[in-house]
Design a protein around this ligand. Structure first.
Ligand SMILES: C[C@H](O)[C@H](O)[C@H]1CNC2=NC(N)=NC(=O)C2=N1
Length: 99
């Protein structure tokens, strides 16, 4: 069963993400980041790559694509807050920006 991040694990897991441009959302225990691409096709190609990892890990983003931007919010619905899966998917999203 996925567990909500504890106060002890939150810092080490989230700090690197904050340094990479992620931020905590105001309205709930989630993280958010807006990704900007060269064009729509690049944005959608990235979303497709992320989709395979999300499906493999059974952990899915909340995202909105407008032209060449993708606004992403990550939260673990099963625990109504952040879990290690959110940090894992966030790291993967950032790494797929480099490919
Ligand atoms: C039934 C299915 O395994 C669950 O609904 C999975 C699917 N993907 C998920 N994605 C996210 N972000 N949080 C979840 O709790 C979650 N649960």
């Amino acid at each position: 069963m996925t567990e909500k991040l504890s106060d002890e694990t939150r810092g080490p897991l989230l700090t690197p993400l904050f340094e990479a441009g992620w931020s905590l959302t105001d309205d709930r225990d989630a993280i958010a980041k807006t990704f900007v691409f060269d064009d729509f096709i690049a944005a959608f190609a990235w979303m497709t790559k992320v989709a395979f990892w999300a499906e493999k890990w059974n952990h899915h983003p909340e995202w909105r694509n407008v032209y060449k931007t993708v606004h992403v919010e990550l939260i673990t619905h099963d625990v109504d807050g952040l879990s290690a899966l959110d940090a894992k998917l966030a790291r993967k999203m950032d790494s797929l920006m480099e490919t």
